[in-house]
Ligand binder design. Structure first.
Ligand SMILES: *Cc1c(COP(=O)(O)O)cnc(C)c1O
Length: 345
């Protein structure tokens, strides 16, 4: 079998949720947008609910409806994009809680679903989603009269603890929400690690649950093992792969493994990438193809059955750095050709 195997450790996922929950006195939610960062909402969400999460966050109402089918009634599902035109039926039937982003969304919500729960998203400086301070002061009393369940904002630079943007956004959020008798949420993974003044009543970790930075103590959640299809000997001066970008300086053994950029192994990782055979590091040779990669296995005294790209030896962030990106993009790029196995539930 040449299908690569992606193993997702639900025990590590739940341990990461509990570790982040233990860092604050707030209620700890779970962000499962984008199919739980690419790892599969069908398995991830129930595991997190089992670990104790009672509040989930998704990007759009359609994701929320799919999540409700997985979780059943009970847990609160908050939708970051708020209440968009055409969402009313989904929001009502799936019992979703939209995070209202503007006066327009507020009007749409109270007109189409009067009395249906909602939260409010405020812009504290990121300029991405949420009401601006002036918009909020115009709407605030009307909105509060409708009993919003949560007031939230999002930090732009929480992965840099000393960044001046963090206290600036904290101040802006407090100026918009202090003294109002509504639960508040400001922090994702990075904000939880900034300390208690950032925690408020609810936290919204995502990447830290899935083993990524900035949660440095996260347990790795994904292991990616890629079968070796062929091993060949090459002579000095021979080349490997498209464009002849690698030329052997000496006799070498090259393993061809069964994944490529169509599986989310970004082509831009190129010559920086390496895999592991047990405790031995094996470098990628030449260009990453769509479904295949050449790897130097000269140092091995055997022909390996498979090589490991993600796991105990290297995290999604290590791999991301080779391609000049972040662990979030590696996770959400993992393709749908892998045999996915969930362990540790
Ligand atoms: C994605 C997202 C989160 C989760 O962020 P992480 O950095 O993955 O913990 C929280 N809140 C909002 C608004 C988001 O968009």
């Amino acid at each position: 079998m040449a299908q690569a195997r992606l193993t997702i450790d639900l025990g590590a996922l739940c341990a990461n949720w509990s570790a982040l929950a233990g860092k604050s006195r707030a209620e700890t939610g779970a962000v499962v947008k984008a199919n739980a960062y690419g790892l599969g909402i069908d398995a991830i969400a129930p595991a997190l609910a089992q670990a104790g999460a009672r509040r989930f966050f998704v990007a759009v109402a359609e994701e929320g409806a799919a999540l409700r089918r997985v979780l059943g009634p009970g847990p609160e599902i908050n939708v970051f994009s708020g209440h968009m035109a055409g969402d009313a039926a989904l929001i009502r039937e799936a019992g979703l809680t939209p995070m209202i982003n503007s006066i327009d969304q507020m009007l749409r919500h109270v007109e189409s679903l009067p009395g249906h729960p909602f939260g409010i998203q405020l812009d504290s400086g990121m300029n991405r989603l949420g009401m601006e301070p002036a918009e909020w002061s115009a709407l605030r009393d009307i909105a509060l009269a409708q009993n919003p369940t949560l007031l939230m904002s999002h930090l732009a630079c929480a992965d840099e603890p000393t960044h001046a943007m963090n206290p600036r956004q904290l101040g802006a959020f407090r100026a918009m929400t202090d003294g109002l008798d509504v639960p508040r949420a400001l922090s994702a993974t990075g904000g939880i690690l900034l300390g208690p003044e950032y925690h408020f009543d609810v936290t919204r970790p995502g990447i830290g649950l899935y083993g990524g930075l900035p949660f440095v103590d996260a347990r790795p959640v994904v292991t990616l093992s890629i079968p070796v299809i062929q091993v060949r000997e090459i002579e000095p001066g021979e080349t490997v792969g498209y464009g002849n970008s690698f030329t052997a300086p000496a006799p070498m053994r090259v393993a061809t493994i069964a994944s490529g950029y169509a599986d989310g192994i970004l082509r831009a990782m190129g010559p920086n990438a390496q895999l592991w055979a047990g405790e031995t590091r094996c470098k990628v040779l030449g260009r990453i193809s769509m479904d295949l990669i050449g790897v130097d296995v000269t140092a091995l005294d055997h022909e390996p059955d498979a090589l490991e790209l993600l796991g105990q030896h290297q995290s999604v962030d290590t791999v991301a750095e080779w391609a000049g990106t972040i662990g979030y993009e590696i996770l959400t790029s993992l393709g749908n050709r892998y045999a996915r196995e969930y362990v540790g539930a």
